[in-house]
Design a protein around this ligand. Structure first.
Ligand SMILES: Nc1ncnc2c1ncn2[C@@H]1O[C@H](COP(=O)(O)OP(=O)(O)OP(=O)(O)O)[C@@H](O)[C@H]1O
Length: 362
C-alpha cells in the first residue's frame, strides 16, 4: 500500500506547536514533506525551546504517522525558526495593539475594552491582554470577577488558556490573584508575569490582540516591546493641559529610536460632559485641546473623542461595556473610534514593515 500525502498531513495536524497550542500544519512548521516508498521525510521548524520538548515533538510526529502507516520510516529534521522575528512570539496574531496613557484614571482600560469589543463586532477575531498589573480592571469591565483560566499541560509544560467573554479572549492578573494583592508585585516579577501572558498562554489565532498597558512609562511597557512585535500604540488622554504633558512623555517612549513602535493614533476621552437628560448639550469641563495637540505632535490621527457620560461608568462597573449596547449614548463614539483604528492599522501595515521585537541594552 503506498503512503498517501494527505493522510500524513492529517496525522501531523494532530501534533501541537509547543508554544501556541495550535497544530503544526496550521502553524506552518512542517516544510519539504517528501514521500519515497516507505520513507517519510520532512523538516520541522521549531520555535526556540529546550531539547526535551524537541525530542517529545519528534516522537509525537513519528507516533502519529506510524499509527496510520506502521511500516513508515519517519525522518524528521529539526530546524530552529529565525530568532528575534515575529515568528517567535505570538506568530498566530496578526496585529498587536498597545493602549497606553500618561496618567491613571483617564479611561485607558475603558477605551481598550470597548475597542476590543467593537473590533469583534466588526467581524475580527480579538484578544484582550490586561497588562495593567497594578490595577487590573478587565475582570470588572467584562463582568468576570472570580473567574480562573484553565491550566493545561503541553509537552510537559504548564499553559494557561485565556478566558472567553462576549466572543473575545482575555487574560488578566485579576484572574490569577485577588486584585488587591496585585499592588504587592515588584519589578522583576512583573516582567515575568507579562512574559507568562505571552509565552505560557494558549492564545488562539487572532486578528487583533489589544493590550491594556499600565499608565505612564516603566518596566512593563519595556518588557512588552522587548517580548512581542507591537504593531502600534493607541494613546489615550483627557483634554486638559496637564494630561497632555504626561501623555506626550508616554508617547515619546514608543517613539525612542531603539523602541520605534508606531503611534496608530490618539483617543481623547472625557472630551466633554453630556448629561443623559440633555443629550445634545456639551460642557467642556476639562477644557479642550490635549487630543488635538498630541495628534499634531505625533503627526497621527485623532481616532475619536469620547464624551463623559455617567452611563459609560455604569456600563463598565456593571461588566457590560457601552459598545455592547447599540442604544447606549456612547455606542456611536466607540464604534467610530474602532473603525478609524482599523483604518489606521491597515494603512500602517501597507506603509511599513512589521515591527521587530525591540532589543534594548539596559
Ligand atoms: N467616557 C467616560 N464617561 C464616564 N466615565 C468614564 C469614561 N471613561 C472612563 N470612565 C470611568 O472612569 C474610571 C477610570 O477609567 P479606567 O479604569 O478605564 O481608566 P484607566 O485610565 O484605565 O485607569 P487606570 O490605568 O488607573 O486603571 C472608571 O470608573 C470608568 O468607568
Amino acid at each position: 500500500m503506498s503512503i498517501d500525502n494527505n493522510k500524513i498531513v492529517t496525522a501531523l495536524s494532530t501534533i501541537l506547536n509547543p508554544k501556541t497550542g495550535l497544530n503544526i500544519i496550521r502553524s506552518k512548521m512542517v516544510d519539504g514533506l517528501k514521500i519515497d516508498g516507505n520513507n517519510v521525510t520532512f523538516t520541522l521548524k521549531v520555535p526556540p525551546s529546550d531539547a526535551a520538548i524537541k525530542s517529545e515533538l519528534n516522537f509525537a510526529c513519528m507516533a502519529a504517522i506510524q499509527e496510520v502507516y506502521p511500516e513508515a520510516q519517519v525522518h524528521v529534521h529539526m530546524a530552529g525558526s529565525e530568532a528575534g522575528g515575529k515568528a517567535d512570539n505570538l506568530p498566530q496574531i496578526k496585529n498587536i495593539i498597545a493602549v497606553g496613557s500618561g496618567k491613571g484614571g483617564v479611561g485607558k482600560s475603558t477605551v481598550a475594552v470597548n475597542l476590543a469589543l467593537a473590533l469583534k463586532k466588526m467581524g475580527a477575531k480579538v484578544g484582550l491582554m490586561d497588562a495593567d498589573l497594578y490595577g487590573p480592571s478587565v475582570p470588572t469591565l467584562l463582568g468576570m470577577q472570580g473567574e480562573r483560566p484553565k491550566l493545561e499541560k503541553l509537552y510537559g509544560q504548564a499553559k494557561m488558556r485565556p478566558l472567553e467573554k462576549y466572543g473575545i479572549y482575555t487574560i488578566s492578573i485579576g484572574f490569577i490573584i485577588e486584585p488587591e494583592q496585585a499592588v504587592v508585585l515588584r519589578g522583576p516579577r512583573l516582567g515575568g508575569i507579562i512574559k507568562q501572558f505571552i509565552n505560557d498562554c494558549l492564545w488562539p489565532e487572532l486578528d487583533f490582540l489589544i493590550i491594556d498597558l499600565p499608565p505612564g512609562t516603566g518596566d512593563i511597557q519595556l518588557t512588552m516591546v522587548q517580548t512581542v512585535p507591537v504593531t502600534g500604540a493607541v494613546m489615550v488622554t483627557t483634554p486638559q493641559e496637564l494630561a497632555y504633558v504626561d501623555a506626550l512623555k508616554a508617547m515619546n517612549m514608543f517613539q525612542l529610536s531603539n523602541v520605534n513602535v508606531p503611534i496608530i493614533g490618539v483617543v481623547e476621552n472625557m472630551s466633554w460632559f453630556t448629561p443623559e437628560e440633555l443629550p445634545n448639550n456639551k460642557y467642556y469641563i476639562f477644557g479642550k485641546g490635549a487630543g488635538k495637540r498630541l495628534v499634531k505632535e505625533s503627526k497621527t490621527t485623532l481616532l475619536g473623542q469620547i464624551p463623559l457620560i455617567q452611563s459609560v461608568r455604569e456600563a463598565g462597573d456593571g461588566g457590560e461595556p457601552a459598545v455592547l449596547n447599540p442604544d447606549h449614548p456612547a455606542y456611536p463614539y466607540f464604534m467610530s473610534m474602532a473603525e478609524r483604528t482599523l483604518e489606521q492599522v491597515n494603512l500602517r501595515n501597507e506603509a511599513m514593515a512589521p515591527t521587530q521585537i525591540v532589543k534594548i541594552n539596559t
